[in-house]
Each structure stands twice: as C-alpha cells, then as structure tokens.
Design a protein around this ligand. Sequence first.
Ligand code: ATP
Ligand code: MG
Length: 438
Amino acid sequence: MRLSQYFLPLLRENPAEAQIVSHRLMLRAGMIRQSSAGIYSWLPLGHRVLKRVEQIVREEQDRSGAQEILMPTIQPAELWRESGRYDDYGDEMLRITDRHKRQMLYGPTNEEMITEIVRAAIKSYRDLPKNLYHIQWKFRDEVRPRFGVMRGREFLMKDAYSFDLDATSAKHAYNKMFVAYLRTFARMGLKAIPMRADTGPIGGELSHEFQILADTGESEVYCDKAWLETDILAEEVDYDGDLEPFFKQWTARYAATDEMHDAAKCPVPANELVAARGIEVGHIFNFGTKYSKPMGAVVSLADGSSVPLEMGSYGIGVSRLVGALIEANHDDGGIIWPRSVAPFDVGLVNLRGGDAKCVAAANELYGKLREGGVTVLYDDRDESPGAKFATMDLIGLPWQLIVGPRGVAAGTLEVKNRRTGERQDLPVDAALNRIVAP
Ligand code: ATP
Ligand code: MG
C-alpha cells in the first residue's frame, strides 16, 4: 500500500479526551475515530490490526475443536425472560422496541440465544459434546465508557458456549478453552495470567479471568514472579488427550485479582510476588445447568430419561485486545506492534521523493517485497525525512526499510528494527533476508 493513497488521518497533537496511552496512540495513528461515547469506527490501519487479532482468536478456537457460527446482534426479550435475566441485567442492556411494539435488545452476551439454538437441535446424549462460538459486536451501556476501545459500549467479543452431558465432560471443555486462551494470548506476544475469579451475574462455580499486566489496567492483581517466565507455546497440547495436567500446572502458580487476594494467606513470599495492574482480556465460566434448567435444554439418555445440559461460556475481548496490545507495546515515539498482529510487516521509506534514482530503487523494492508475500506500507509522499520517520515510529510497524541517495549509490539499504531501535546498512538481499527471518 502506498501511503500517498492510504486513508491514514494522523493527529499531530495529543487528543485531550484520551487519558491512557493506547487511546492516545490509536487516535493519533489514525486507527479509530469516536462516533459517540464508547462507540468507534475502525479506520484502515486499526481495522487491519483488529482483523489479525480476530484471526488468531479464530485459529486457536478452531484448533481446540470449537465451531464458528454467527448469531445476530439484536435479540428478542422473551428469551431473556425465560432465563430471568431480562429484569436482572439492568441499565447496561440497550432495550429496543420494533414497529410492532415487540421488545428487543442489543445483545450484551449470548447465553440465552445459544441455549435456544441448541435445545431445538440437540435432543440426544449422542450429539454431545459441542462447543459453538462467534465473533460478534456486543453492546453494554457502561456507566463510564472510557479508555477508548478498552471500555467501550459497543465492542467486539469472541464468545464460545460449551454443551456437555456431565460435569466431567464439561470440565474437559473448560480445560480446552483454558489452554486455547493461553495459546491465543501468547501468539500475540502477550503474557496473560489466568486468575481465579468471581463468577458475578453469569453465575456458576468455576471461573478464570485472563489478565495482562500493564500500568493502566483497571484491576489490581497479584501473581508469582515465575509466571512471567512461563513459555506456553513450548508445550505440545493434544486437545483430545487429558488436559487436566496442563490445567493443574498452569493454575498451581499463585495468581489472584484483588477480590480474591488475601495478603495474610498468600503462599508466595513478598519478594517473589508481583503486585501489578491488570487488563482483563478474557474470562471463562463453567456454570453447569444455570441456563439449561430454566430454559429446558435437555437431552435424553439411553434409558429414556432426560438431563439438563452442562454448560460453560468463554469470552475474549477482541477489540479491547487491540488497546491492551498497545498498552503492553509502546515507547515515547509511538506503537511497537508484535509481528503477529502488525498492520503491515514493513514500512518502506523513500527519503527523497524528488530523486529519480531513489524513486526507482524504492519502487523496485516495493515490488520485490510484495512478491515475497511481505505486507508493506510504502511512504512515497513528498514529506521531510523527519516527518516520515516520526510517522513510521508512531504507527509502529516491526521493520523500517529506508532508501536514501547514499545507500542507492552503494547498493545498500538502512534496516531499522522498531522495537530495539537498532539500525543497520545492508545490501538489498541481506536486508530482505533480515526482515523475513523469525
Ligand atoms: P469487565 O470486568 O472488564 O467489565 P466483564 O467481566 O463484564 O468485563 P465479560 O462478560 O467477562 O466482561 O466479557 C468477556 C470479555 O469481553 C472481557 O474479558 C473483556 O475482555 C471484554 N469486555 C467486557 N466489557 C467490555 C467493554 N465494555 N469494552 C471492551 N471489552 C469488554
Ligand atoms: Mg469478566
């Protein structure tokens, strides 16, 4: 993509309304624009990141055996009356009346709707287990929408729902999601720590929140320092095998949110305990028959009797993750994208827009990179080198390739690593090898 043609409305000044760094940088880098409180449009650069985050989430859900569906954003109120949550949910639910005076709502979550779909289709124990997920916009009329996409009113969530015959099988479904979550966040370069959590209004027994550590996190969290060195992706996981050892291994280390933490009872000595702030990027629940019982979602057994389904639900804040990734990856110059979620792999900068040799060299490089499957944002504008460097640093692509008159004469390029700041003059082929190396 040529920057001269790209829709990238950068802001020079720090926007006054942005209190935290990710919100500030997302606005400045032209990733999002607010349309009303807590509701955002995603512009091309932001949208590319959102899609990459979504894709990693999808791949890890699929790998665990969950199946993707798509449920609507608008739901009928009757379903929520069946579970008893229509009145309980309160002012966070956006209630809508259609032209026939039917009561509808913009879904804040989908337990009721998925239970209705499954109860109508699954009648026998032989059709279990199932795990169905979708990646869909949610609306919660938060009292205080803030921090940009981190606490929006409209936000993108991945929510999965598992259906099992008994508690043992439901725990296996829970373990699958537990492992899939750790893998998902690790692939984004995030250290997400599972913490025993309160189940809150969704109800149930077993629940973990996945928190990433960042100064601007809304929760206070505590964990064993050893967590920070754990390499999740080093483990080979077979989702059909016994996952309980993984669950035990990854929950054995102390980690708790402040509601669950008790300094007096904490087993980790103070010098090995990290006290930090956390951003909740995921939350999983096992809640048994809380919805299946009142809504009559049952299956028949071999002997003709019937039992309510054992259920769980599993959320990931897809749009929140984009903000959280920036909270965890930035410096004074701007964003530093981990490679797996970067909007483009490389920023190509031509320092001399008016110099025919530089233009030819940069154009050729642009073609080569794209042929090699590398995604490139090519700054071909007529701007000062200083402005081009500042733009590249702000939008945070992992690599910058810089074409200038001295290099063109010598047959070299400058390669800059955005994270380390390291710069190297390399011959063209060596430069290309450098950026595709893992
Ligand atoms: P929080 O405690 O942050 O309000 P929650 O516990 O109400 O979140 P869940 O119902 O567990 O949220 O939703 C699953 C995930 O959706 C959360 O872990 C979070 O990452 C994301 N999420 C929840 N509310 C918002 C929001 N207002 N804006 C952006 N993402 C959100
Ligand atoms: Mg939660």
